[in-house]
Design a protein around this ligand. Sequence first.
Ligand SMILES: [Zn+2]
Length: 90
Amino acid sequence: MATDRATWRNLVREGAALYNDDLCHAAQDKRRLRKERAIIKHVQPKPSTTTFPCPHCTRIIGSRIGLDAHLKTHKDQEGGQSYSTTSDRR
Ligand SMILES: [Zn+2]
């Protein structure tokens, strides 16, 4: 095979062309999937249905970590160690 230079060159060329086509098609498919996912995300935004009501007051917080931060304000008020000048910080 290696002695027949013309055949070897054609095989290498065809193989490289096939590999390049595969790469292009894979990239196009990947891009199409990514764009479809982006459109789906844009059209149907995930609604945040989870809410965390404060057990001490009527405030509704949208995230767990937000509730933790909010509860610290109550802890400060209960302990009487609040350094805030206002009674209601939020
Ligand atoms: Zn509260």
